[in-house]
Design a protein around this ligand. Structure first.
Ligand SMILES: Nc1ncnc2c1ncn2[C@@H]1O[C@H](COP(=O)(O)OP(=O)(O)O)[C@@H](O)[C@H]1O
Ligand SMILES: [Mg+2]
Length: 265
């Protein structure tokens, strides 16, 4: 029997219409022919430079592209087309986002109600406490406001908010900026646990080293399109990289001597 992917992005394109002067409208294509497929229990990293369209990919999946964007191609979730109507029902439940920016937290709402999306029943409250505990946060964290959290705590609260409803698909958009190496590693450990819990995790990052350490497969994304898909273990060795851009990314990693000149393609 063929396994059905949790998420299947086929030939995705995203373009923007922009006015050049008053009358001329120009279409700018940002993502073209992008393919990504995710199965239950795995972490797939999408690695690409800043501005390459990684967040747009996340927003296209979540149905939250800006109003001037138009999308082509096909996105399916668990074997069925993910329409705008369907994604709106699943978002925040089966499909969850761990956002790039801590400012996604509501500054006027305490952590507890924020994690359980204001649900007041006993089960939701119990779940919140369990989630906090799971991420090494004390019970008191529930009663704190976002400004009272350290950077690392806020990250863990964002993850707690995403996993409260036991999602099947978690999209993490650059989940580790501003964290030291040890904290980033811990956060990555949490994503592995989420995947082991039978979810599929799409890890969006510009950090190839982090992707190699965490993901099962890595999709290299450049100028809006998929260049190469590699197993993380192959990338760790650096031996089975075909595309020059992927090789350059790899050579630019600190452990490979940071050959930045070669990375400037
Ligand atoms: N609302 C918009 N209007 C026009 N262009 C946009 C808009 N949002 C994003 N873009 C374009 O899409 C590109 C990719 O953005 P983004 O997905 O945020 O990159 P990444 O997350 O990889 O850093 C940007 O460089 C920008 O040119
Ligand atoms: Mg981004």
């Amino acid at each position: 029997m063929e396994r059905i992917p949790v998420l299947n992005v086929e030939n995705l394109s995203v373009s923007f219409s922009q006015y050049m002067g008053v009358f001329r409208k120009k279409q700018i294509q940002t993502i073209k022919d992008l393919n990504v497929r995710l199965y239950q229990g795995e972490i797939v990293a999408v690695v690409g430079a800043s501005g390459s369209g990684k967040s747009l990919l996340a927003h296209a999946i979540l149905g939250i592209l800006p109003y001037n964007a138009s999308m082509g191609g096909r996105i399916s979730y668990c074997g069925e087309l993910l329409t705008q109507e369907r994604v709106e029902k699943l978002r925040g439940k089966e499909i969850a986002l761990v956002p790039q920016n801590v400012s996604y937290l509501d500054p006027l709402m305490k952590v507890g109600p924020q994690i359980r999306k204001n649900a007041k029943d006993k089960l939701s409250k119990e779940r919140t406490l369990n989630t906090l505990k799971r991420y090494g946060l004390t019970e008191e964290t529930e009663r704190l406001y976002p400004f009272e959290l350290s950077g690392g705590m806020a990250r863990r609260v964002l993850i707690s908010t995403a996993v409260q409803e036991r999602p099947k698909l978690v999209i993490a958009d650059e989940p580790t900026p501003g964290l030291d190496a040890a904290s980033a590693k811990r956060v990555m450990g949490h994503f592995r646990e989420i995947a082991d819990d039978n979810a599929a995790v799409l890890l969006i990052t510009h950090d190839l080293e982090l992707a190699i350490e965490t993901a099962d497969r890595i999709v290299v994304f450049y100028a809006g399109t998929t260049l190469e898909e590699v197993r993380a273990s192959d990338l760790a060795e650096g031996s089975k990289l075909y595309h020059p851009y992927t090789r350059a990314l790899w050579q630019a990693m600190p452990r490979n001597g940071m050959h930045v000149e070669e990375a400037k393609l």
